[in-house]
Design a protein around this ligand. Structure first.
Ligand SMILES: Nc1ncnc2c1ncn2[C@@H]1O[C@H](COP(=O)(O)OP(=O)(O)OP(=O)(O)O)[C@@H](O)[C@H]1O
Ligand SMILES: [Mg+2]
Length: 416
C-alpha cells in the first residue's frame, strides 16, 4: 500500500482555540484513504516567521492564513509559495486587493445584487503627502455633503471603505450627525450607505463548498451575537443568503469568508461580504464552532487528497455574462450564479468525497466535543479571553451551548 504525506501549515496571530481544535481533529482522524488504495497522512504545523530564500521549496502543501492581512512578511511568503510552489492557500493574498468592502460592493452591484445605494466621498483631511496640497487645489471639486445624504435619504451609515470590526462605523439620522461623523473621519476614506431597516440579520460563514447561515445580533456583546436558531429565514430567503455567500466567494476565489446580509420582508440585501479572514473563535461561534472546525478539516483534506488545484485566475466574464443577460430575471440569475459557484467549489465531488473518504469524522468530532479534552480547551479559552471574575459565567455559558450541540448532533447522527 502506498502512502502520501501532506503538511498543513497554520499561519496564526494570537488565537489558540481553533488551531488546537483543528490540530486535534486531524490527529484523531488519522490517515485518510484516497484513490487507488493510497493512504494520505496529514500533519499540521504552525508556521514560524523567519528569513526565507525566494528559491527555497516550502514543506507545506496547504496553508490556512489568519495573519497576512496585517503582517506583511508572511504575506509576501504566501505570494511566493502561491506563485512558485503551487501551495494551496485559504485564502490567497492575491485576492486581498478586493478585501476592502468597496471592491466587493462594486462587484456585487455589477452582478445585480441588492447592495444598498452607496457613495464614496473624498478624504476629509489632507493626506500626508507632499503632492497633496497642489493636487487637491487643482483637482478636488467642492461637493455638497448634505445634498448627497439627502439623496441617499436618512438614516444612513457612514463607514470606512475598507472597514472591519466596526472601526469608524456610525449610523446617521440628520445633518448635524453627518457633519460630526465626516469631521471625525480624518484620513479614513468613507462610504455613505443607505440604512436598511431590516427584520433579521443573517451572517453566513463559508468554508469551501459548505456554508452555515446564522442569525446575527450585531447589537449584542460578542458572545451573544450568533443566536442558535434553525428556522429564522423563509426557505427562499435562506437559499438566497446561501447563494450570495457562495457567489461572492467563488467570484473572488475566497474559500474561507463570512458574508453579512440584511433581510427585510422577502428581500435580501448584502452589506458586508469581504471578511476573508473570518472570525472562527470558540467564544463567538460557540454552538457552531464544531461545524466550523469540521468544515475546515473536510475542505483542507478534500483539497489535498483529491488533488484540487488552487486557482488564482478570476473568471469574471462568466459571471458578467449572466448579469448582462437581459432575458433573465433576478432569481434566474441567482440560480445561474449558484451553478457557477458550485462548479468552482466542486460541490458534488466534495460531498461524495466526504461521504466516501471521511465517513467517521462526525462521530470523531462528536466524541471529542462531548469529552474532557474539549472541556479543557473550553476552560483554557475562557481564561485567556475573559477577566477572572467572569470565568465561571462564561464557562457555564459555553458548556450550555456546546452541550446543546452535542445533544442535537447525537440525535442527528442517530436519525441518519
Ligand atoms: N446599510 C446598512 N443598513 C443597516 N445596518 C447597517 C448597514 N451598514 C452597516 N450596518 C450596521 O453596522 C454594522 C457594522 O457595519 P459593517 O459590517 O459594514 O462594518 P464592519 O466594520 O465590517 O463590522 P464587522 O467587523 O462587524 O463586520 C453592521 O453589522 C450593521 O449592524
Ligand atoms: Mg460587518
Amino acid at each position: 500500500m502506498t502512502s502520501e504525506r501532506h503538511l498543513i501549515g497554520l499561519l496564526l496571530g494570537t488565537e489558540e482555540d481553533w488551531p488546537r481544535a483543528f490540530e486535534e481533529i486531524v490527529r484523531r482522524l488519522g490517515p485518510v484513504p484516497g484513490a487507488g488504495g493510497t493512504q494520505h497522512v496529514l500533519d499540521c504545523e504552525r508556521i514560524t516567521i523567519e528569513p526565507f530564500w525566494l528559491r527555497d521549496r516550502p514543506r507545506y502543501n496547504l496553508v490556512i492564513d489568519r495573519l497576512a492581512y496585517w503582517y506583511y512578511h508572511p504575506r509576501e511568503w504566501l505570494k511566493k509559495v502561491a506563485l512558485m510552489d503551487g501551495v494551496y492557500l485559504l485564502n490567497s493574498p492575491f485576492t486581498f486587493q478586493s478585501m476592502e468592502k468597496h471592491a466587493a460592493y462594486c462587484a456585487m452591484m455589477r452582478l445585480g445584487l441588492k447592495v444598498p445605494d452607496t457613495v464614496l466621498v473624498p478624504y476629509k483631511n489632507p493626506l500626508d503627502n507632499a503632492r497633496y496640497a497642489y493636487t487637491a487645489a487643482k483637482y478636488n471639486r467642492p461637493f455638497d455633503l448634505d445634498a448627497i445624504a439627502e439623496q441617499i435619504g436618512y438614516p444612513l451609515f457612514m463607514k470606512p471603505y475598507d472597514g472591519g470590526a466596526w472601526r469608524g462605523v456610525s449610523r446617521i439620522s440628520n445633518a448635524a450627525e453627518l457633519h460630526a461623523a465626516y469631521d471625525q473621519s480624518g484620513e479614513m476614506l468613507m462610504h455613505l450607505q443607505k440604512a436598511i431597516d431590516y427584520d433579521v440579520f443573517a451572517r453566513s460563514l463559508s468554508i469551501g463548498a459548505e456554508t452555515m447561515v446564522m442569525r446575527f445580533q450585531p447589537e449584542q456583546p460578542m458572545h451573544l451575537r450568533y443566536a442558535v436558531d434553525h428556522a429564522f429565514l423563509s426557505p427562499d430567503a435562506g437559499a438566497e443568503v446561501l447563494t450570495i455567500g457562495r457567489l461572492v466567494n467563488a467570484f473572488f476565489r475566497w474559500e474561507f469568508n463570512s458574508c453579512e446580509t440584511l433581510v427585510k420582508g422577502g428581500e435580501v440585501y448584502p452589506i458586508d461580504y469581504a471578511n476573508a479572514c473570518p472570525d472562527v473563535a470558540l467564544t463567538s461561534l460557540h454552538y457552531y464552532f464544531p461545524w466550523a472546525m469540521k468544515a475546515l478539516v473536510r475542505w483542507c483534506i478534500f483539497a489535498l487528497v483529491s488533488g484540487r488545484r488552487p486557482r488564482l485566475d478570476l473568471a469574471l466574464d462568466a459571471y458578467f455574462e449572466i448579469a448582462d443577460n437581459a432575458s433573465t430575471c433576478y432569481s434566474e440569475k441567482l440560480a445561474a450564479y449558484r451553478e457557477l459557484a458550485d462548479g468552482y467549489f466542486e460541490s458534488d465531488r466534495y460531498h461524495d468525497f466526504c461521504a466516501t473518504n471521511l465517513p467517521h469524522l462526525d462521530e470523531i468530532v462528536l466524541d471529542w466535543v462531548g469529552g474532557p479534552d474539549f472541556d479543557h480547551l473550553l476552560i483554557e479559552t475562557v481564561r485567556s479571553v475573559y477577566p477572572a471574575h467572569e470565568h465561571d459565567q462564561f464557562i457555564a455559558h459555553l458548556r450550555g451551548l456546546l452541550g446543546m450541540w452535542v445533544s442535537d448532533e447525537s440525535t442527528r447522527l442517530q436519525a441518519a
